[in-house]
Design a protein around this ligand. Structure first.
Ligand SMILES: N[C@@H](CCC(=O)N[C@@H](CS)C(=O)NCC(=O)O)C(=O)O
Length: 214
């Protein structure tokens, strides 16, 4: 059996952070499919009792540990492998700052926007989509400005802050109805740099469940 198991599904940018990290550190891992869309497995009492009381994916299983929250998973894997690890207290706190910003403002808005536009039946109300889109534009501009200084969020080397922030950014533009990087050239260049790292994979290739059954 592989060393790590990851509860995940292809459409989840939250889970992608963990799947990408496992691949970038060259871990021996396997995905365990969470049937989010058809069965809503994450809402069942069994999932909440045995896998994650928060009712979310991703969940990383390693030996006797079950870890949820992608930021915790990234921290654990970086400390375990020594790779993509922020160095020293200042970098550790800086990485945490970007991971929290990502969870709330970047992936935290892109995820619901893409879900409501692309997967929800019926789709989300236009006013809600417009609200989220404005917030997305605002947070991408913040990323773009930061990346005008350095190639990666913490400087010259990639860390878990970068891995976290990729969460929803590699999904196809058709799913958003606009090109996320058209106005944000530094974000586009950074995404290409991450893509060139050994072990990079697209979310639809790393995790099961794409395409969704008709
Ligand atoms: N902050 C969490 C977010 C996890 C999350 O919201 N995952 C979604 C899938 S993309 C989920 O499982 N949602 C459960 C639900 O809405 O029922 C993380 O980064 O791991």
């Amino acid at each position: 059996m592989p060393e790590f198991q990851l509860y995940c599904f292809a459409q989840s940018g939250n889970a992608y952070r963990a799947a990408l990290m496992l691949n970038l550190i060259g871990a021996d891992w396997e995905p365990i499919f969470v049937d989010f869309f058809k069965k809503g497995v994450q809402r069942t009492p069994e999932y909440r009792e045995n896998i994650n009381e928060m009712g979310e994916a991703p969940v990383l299983v390693h030996d006797s540990r079950k870890l949820s929250q992608s930021g915790v998973i990234l921290t654990y894997l970086a400390e375990h492998s020594g790779k993509l690890l922020p160095r020293g207290e200042d970098e550790r706190l800086e990485a945490l700052r970007w991971i929290l910003f990502d969870n709330q403002k970047v992936g935290g808005n892109l995820g619901p926007y893409r879900f409501l536009r692309n997967f929800a039946k019926p789709p989300g109300h236009p006013a809600v989509l417009e609200f989220l889109k404005r917030r997305i534009d605002g947070s991408l501009a913040i990323l773009d400005k930061r990346l005008s200084r350095n190639p990666y969020f913490l400087g010259t080397e990639p860390t878990i802050a970068d891995v976290s922030l990729t969460s929803y950014l590699y999904y196809p533009p058709e799913e958003y109805g606009f090109d996320l990087t058209a106005q944000h050239k530094n974000v586009a260049a950074w995404l290409n740099r991450i893509k060139a790292l050994p072990g990079w994979g697209h979310p639809y290739d790393l995790m099961p469940g794409h395409p969704l059954p008709a």
